[in-house]
Ligand binder design. Structure first.
Ligand code: AOF
Ligand code: ZN
Length: 367
C-alpha cells in the first residue's frame, strides 16, 4: 500500500477533478504490475496496473490488488474498474479507503464481493485521504478544501505600515509557496492585493521539478478574484495568462463588458441586492467552486479577504511562513473582530511544523 500511495502521488494535476490513485498487483510476494490515474477521461489506476502486467506477459489470475481508493463501480468517463478487476480474475482487493463519490461509495466493494473477491480496506487510510483531501472535502460537503497562505515576520506582520511587503520571507519559502499553488485547482485573491501587488498568480518553479517527474510544472491553476465593485484594472498582470474569474456584487454593464472583453469571466454573488456597497457572498463563492469541481483552493490574499473567509467558516487550513525578522508595526495577518474573552478565539491544531529556508512553516487546521 505504501507503494500504491507513492504511485498515486505520481499522478499529475491533470487528473483533477478525479482523485489520484495508485494500484499494485501482487502474487506470491512478487509485483506483477502497477499503475496510477491518468489525466481526466483516461484510464484509472487499476486499469493501468492490469495493462502494465499484460505488457510484461504476467498472468494476474488469483493475484491481490492493493489500491489507494475503492475501485469505481460506475460508467463515468471510463468503465468501472471493479469490472476490470473481476474480469482479470483477481482473488483479493485491499483498498486504503472507500470512495466518497456517491456514485461509487460502497458499491465498488459490493461488486467485487458479489463476484467472490475477498475485499479488505482501511490500510494506510489517513495517508490515502491526505493525497486527495480536496476531493474528499468536496464530495462530502460540496465545498472545496480551502487553504489560506500567509507570510509574516516573526512578530506577525505581513507588511510595513507604508505597504511594503516584498520580501519578508526568503526565496526558499517563496518557492515552497509555489509548490502549494501547483497542487491547487484554483488560486483566490482579493482586489486589495491586485491593486497593491499586481500579482501574476501563476506557478513558477525551477525546472528540476519537471525533471524529477513531479510534473507540477505544466499545471497552472485557475485564477479567482473577489472584487465586489469591479475595480480590477484591465491591464492587471494576472490577465496575461490562464483563465480568470471575478466574483463581484455590482451591476455595471460598462465595467462588466470591459473585463469580459479581455477574457475575464464574471460571477455576481452579492450579499444584498447588487449595489455600490454590496459585498460578495463568500458561501455562494464556495458553492459555485464546488459545482465547478474545484477540489483544492489556495488563497493568497490580504488580511481583509483572509479574515472574511475565516469569519464565514470557509477555511480548512492555514499555511503560514514566519521569517526571523521583526517589523514592530505593520499590517496584521487576519482582520477579525475584537474578542472579549480568550475562550472565544478560533482554535486550531498544528498539523505540520518545519523550517523552510530561514522561515518557520506552520500548517494549522481547524479541529
Ligand atoms: C478508481 N480508480 O484511479 C480513480 C477513481 O469519470 P471517470 O470514469 O474517470 O470516474 C471518475 C470517478 O472515479 C471519480 O469521481 C472517483 O469516484 C473515481 N476515481 N476510481 O477506481 C482511479 N481515480
Ligand atoms: Zn475506476
Amino acid at each position: 500500500m505504501h507503494q500504491a500511495l507513492e504511485l498515486a502521488s505520481r499522478a499529475t494535476m491533470a487528473t483533477s477533478p478525479n482523485p489520484k490513485v495508485g494500484c499494485v498487483l501482487v502474487k506470491d510476494g512478487v509485483i506483477l504490475g502497477q499503475g496510477w490515474t491518468q489525466p481526466v477521461g483516461q484510464a484509472h489506476a487499476e486499469v493501468m496496473a492490469l495493462r502494465n502486467a499484460a505488457a510484461q506477459g504476467k498472468a494476474v489470475r488469483g493475484a491481490t490488488a492493493y489500491v489507494s481508493l475503492e475501485p469505481c463501480s460506475h460508467f463515468g468517463r471510463t468503465p468501472p474498474c471493479a469490472n476490470a478487476l473481476i474480469d482479470a480474475g483477481l482473488a483479493r482487493v485491499v483498498a486504503a479507503l472507500g470512495d466518497a463519490n456517491p456514485q461509487v461509495a460502497g458499491r465498488g466493494f459490493a461488486m467485487l464481493r458479489d463476484a467472490g473477491i475477498v475485499v479488505e480496506y482501511g490500510l494506510l487510510a489517513e495517508q490515502a485521504r491526505e493525497i486527495n483531501i480536496g476531493f474528499f472535502k468536496r464530495m462530502e460537503t460540496g465545498w472545496p478544501w480551502v487553504r489560506v497562505k500567509m507570510a509574516a515576520s516573526l512578530d506577525g506582520f505581513t507588511a510595513l505600515p507604508n505597504g511594503q511587503s516584498q520580501w519578508i520571507t526568503d526565496a526558499a519559502a517563496r518557492e515552497d509557496g509555489h509548490r502549494w499553488r501547483a497542487r491547487a485547482d484554483a488560486i483566490l485573491t482579493g482586489i486589495g492585493t491586485v491593486l497593491v501587488d499586481d500579482p501574476q498568480l501563476t506557478v513558477r518553479l525551477p525546472d528540476d521539478d519537471a525533471v524529477q517527474g513531479n510534473a507540477v510544472q505544466a499545471h497552472q491553476p485557475r485564477k479567482l478574484i473577489v472584487d465586489s465593485q469591479l475595480r480590477t484594472p484591465i491591464d492587471a498582470k494576472l490577465f496575461q495568462s490562464g483563465r480568470t474569474t471575478i466574483f463581484h456584487a455590482l451591476n455595471n454593464s460598462e465595467r462588466e463588458k470591459a473585463l469580459q472583453n479581455i477574457g475575464a469571466e464574471l460571477q455576481c454573488f452579492a450579499n444584498e441586492l447588487p449595489a455600490a456597497n454590496s459585498q460578495v457572498n463568500l458561501s455562494e463563492v464556495m458553492n459555485y467552486l464546488g459545482r465547478e469541481q474545484v477540489n483544492e483552493l489556495h488563497v493568497e490574499a490580504g488580511s481583509k479577504l483572509s479574515g472574511a473567509l475565516l469569519q464565514a467558516g470557509c477555511v480548512d487550513e492555514l499555511l503560514l511562513y514566519f521569517a526571523p525578522k521583526l517589523l514592530g508595526r505593520g499590517a496584521s495577518m487576519f482582520a477579525l473582530p475584537e474578542l472579549q474573552k480568550i475562550a472565544e478565539a478560533q482554535s486550531l491544531k498544528i498539523h505540520d511544523l518545519r523550517q523552510v529556508g530561514e522561515a518557520i512553516r506552520v500548517l494549522a487546521r481547524f479541529k
